[in-house]
Design a protein around this ligand. Sequence first.
Ligand code: NI
Length: 171
Amino acid sequence: MGHPNLRVPAEPYPVEHIGSDKFNTLIEDMRETLHAYGGIGLAAPQIDVGYRLCVIEIENTETRYGTIERVPFEVFVNPTITQLDDPEEQGYWEGCLSVPGMMGYVERPQHIRVDYTTREGQPASREAHGFLATVFQHEFDHLDGVLYVDRLKDPSLFAFEDEYVQFHAGG
Ligand code: NI
């Protein structure tokens, strides 16, 4: 947080480059970064690559966020979000590899559809509810230069991880 490039809207990824050596190397870099930091999602701008690309992987479903849905490693090229019927927002505590050591409580729509291009270059679509819907919105916000801290409504619910665990987890 504080690096100006995190605040710049990313460019659409040129789909004709999907499958190239450069593309595959970038995806591998993103996967390694995600694993190195123990995250569940990463957007290209977080490693200073200004393209609309995200990776998400949730293998360990028992997380600091509670029990969540498994998502095998997946690449989202040029994703867009459509909010579906349910206008209700729900809050979760979010963390971010670009804001290390901090957690914040953010409310977001809880039923969305994601349209994107796969790492094979195919158009795809999936729905997400609940925490997973929050994960997608958090990651795709990075592509617009937005961080979760921008969406905090209550600054008293922004905490160091230790204090989150001590005073807020499970609450
Ligand atoms: Ni993040």
